[in-house]
Design a protein around this ligand. Sequence first.
Ligand code: NCD
Length: 353
Amino acid sequence: MDKVSKGIDWETFHKLRGSKKRTYFTRDGNIFHVIMSQQFDRAFLDDICELATKIRGISKGNKGVAFLQSLLQGKRAMLYFVQPSTRTFLSFMAACQILGIQCSEVRDTTTSSEMKGESQEDTVRTFSSYVDLIVMRHPQTGFAERIAFLLNQISRPVPIINAGSGKDQHPTQALLDIYTLHRSFENYGGIDGKKIALVGDLLRGRTVRSLVYLLRNYEGIRFYFVAPPELQMGDDLKEYLRKQKVPFEESDTLEEVVPLVDAVYMTRIQDEYDEQGESKEIDYTKYYFKEKYLKVLPPNAIIMHPLPRRDEIPVKIDADKRAMYWRQARNGMWVRVTLIAKIFQKDKDIREY
Ligand code: NCD
């Protein structure tokens, strides 16, 4: 039976390992809240990939578009994005529209009752009474998790999707990254056994953190963490990988790693989290994908980036067939459609279409 947070207090819950929290995010064995990558297993990831491809196919015809739009007609979603976002916000909005869901949005809490002293928890609980789904981006680590925990205790809980929680996680980005890897390696043995370089600000980049947690579900993965020493992958994740027996190497020389890997995942420096402009001291140009690296990047390897990019990848590289970041963004919309359809248990209808 699923646990719905009754009989456990927040402090105890919050300290549980990710895998132990899984059942709190499900209902009747079905996905309900999407909070952290550790909640997903291989069967779920395989299913998301298969269903996303099916949905892409369905959406190619007018009849299919109308079918998808009928699936969740009458449902309402609240996009609660109180940290800057355009692409993830629009991607979720497009995903909702594809399924016939109407969206409302909160992007600026200075116009809300929080200014009257209301707690953020009360604000979100109030919103939850108007809608059927809340998609949430928040600067505070663990906020989405806390709201999911709180909503589990009320009589009309609505699903929460974490669309980015501070420096911690961005699970839907990681799902679309998995789908991109899946599509790219479909004819090359799948994701299992692939060597993956994660490059840049690995300490504060939530996309790479969530992706590492998901990739642990695949066999024979090897990671290369290419980052300035000050911004290397957090000890918590390295410890996690050691426990899971997933091999990783740390490097600060991208040029040496490029020829060895199947995927290079580039990221920008996350300087919005600087306390005193400390990342200005770092020579981040060492973590740019230079045009000359294209010559040593294996022919079937891919270059990924969650976007937005700064100068990590020169625009000239966009034309190379291994540059996957624009497709990655489009995949994001389809994966979000898939995820929402699964939350509302419409996957059966889609499979039978
Ligand atoms: C990322 C994020 O917000 O974490 N963007 C996104 O959602 N695609 C990456 C970033 O901001 O660098």
